[in-house]
Write a protein that binds this ligand. Structure first.
Ligand code: PLP
Ligand code: COI
Length: 341
């Protein structure tokens, strides 16, 4: 198979339509088989649940070319499960794990020419999503749904690759207690657009959100969880019911404990502790682990000891092991890698 003629190393995190996407339809209480299609557009009722009441949720994962030339994905069973949790909370039908994994295998294989080659730094971003396409007018779940999965080759999520980022402590909240912060609902991202605009307009890469109830604990950013390193080399990561359970963060915790022999604490992290941390990283599928150098707050600037010049040594090591596992350079824990072709 001949790869597409793309300058893989200079890709940014942007949408580029590829050849095939998977589409399945849910009607009268059942999913159809689903199939690959070439058309990148969706057609639906003007009164679709997604258009009127934002009844939609999504996932994000990646395919990688390994050192041996295989195309693999990373822990997709966890994305399937999280999409089911999101669907439950939004009263949408679950996509069965079998269908999710079949769609994944088919869509990645059909678009193999778009999977960035090993060593380019680029990856294939996979976007599964589920939405109410049947008509509603009173506030109610839609009568019909579509599950889709498309892929697009991407480079780093943050401009500058792995240069430390500067964040803004947001004056807005991301998720309410007992709300939808723990699922990947489209509505969580719609409401983050304005705070994101405010931050980016002032030159910040992202927002740091605090918990909405007390505004004393660190939650996450708009698209990644936090991971901190203490001065005595322990990993600390916020525990909260209102953040997304990041698969990358859970994997990095495992890597820290089992590959690097480090101690990890998952617990509420007070905003007042920030100044004491050595390193800070943002973890997510898109972010991988991106270093944070500074956070600006109404009480002044918090600077992590690792500084604004380069990624701190612990985040760098975590990144090296995680990407090594994903690229087939380091042996993966059982069940983490799904070979597609
Ligand atoms: N937090 C939010 C709000 C996200 O959108 C994402 C991205 O998926 C993450 C965290 C990271 O999750 P994961 O590592 O599963 O991609
Ligand atoms: C991901 O990391 O997959 C995400 O969904 C983050 C998104 C905001 C791009």
């Amino acid at each position: 198979m001949e790869k597409k003629n793309i300058d893989w190393s200079s890709l940014s995190f942007a949408y580029m339509p590829t050849d095939y996407r998977f589409v399945a339809h849910y009607k009268d209480g059942a999913w159809d088989e689903g199939k690959l299609v070439k058309d990148a557009s969706c057609t639906m009722s003007e009164s679709a649940g997604v258009l009127q009441y934002a009844q939609t949720c999504f996932e994000g994962l990646k395919a990688y070319t390994t050192k041996d030339g295989d195309i693999v994905t990373f822990r997709p069973d966890l994305n399937a499960k999280r999409l089911q949790d999101s669907a439950d909370r939004l009263l949408m039908p679950q996509v069965p794990t079998e269908m999710f994994l079949r769609a994944l295998d088919e869509v990645v294989k059909a678009n193999a020419a778009w999977v960035p080659p090993y060593g380019t730094g680029a990856t294939l971003y996979i976007r599964p999503f589920l939405f109410g396409c049947g008509p509603v007018i009173g506030v109610a779940p839609a009568p019909e749904y579509e599950f889709r999965m498309f892929v697009t080759p991407v480079g780093p999520y943050f401009k500058g690759g792995i240069k430390p980022l500067r964040l803004l402590l947001s004056q807005y909240d991301r998720a309410a207690p007992h709300g939808t912060g723990h699922i990947k609902a489209g509505l969580n991202y719609a409401m983050s657009l304005y705070p994101g605009y405010v931050a980016k307009h002032q030159g910040y890469a992202e927002n740091m959100y605090l918990d909405a109830a007390t505004r004393t604990h660190v939650e996450e950013t708009g698209g990644a969880n936090f991971l901190f390193v203490t001065k005595d080399n322990k990993i600390v990561t916020p525990k909260s019911d209102t953040i997304l359970p990041s698969i990358t963060r859970r994997s990095l915790v495992y890597v820290a404990e089992h590959y690097l022999n480090m101690e990890v604490e998952e617990r509420p992290v007070s905003y007042t502790e920030l100044k004491d941390f050595q390193e800070c990283g943002l973890c997510g599928t898109a972010a991988v682990i991106s270093p944070v150098g500074e956070v600006d707050t109404p009480d002044g600037r918090i600077s992590f000891a690792s500084g604004m010049e380069e990624m701190g040594p612990v985040c760098a090591k975590l990144r090296e092991v995680l990407t090594g596992i994903q690229m087939g350079e380091i042996e993966a824990p059982e069940g983490w890698i799904r070979k597609i072709c």
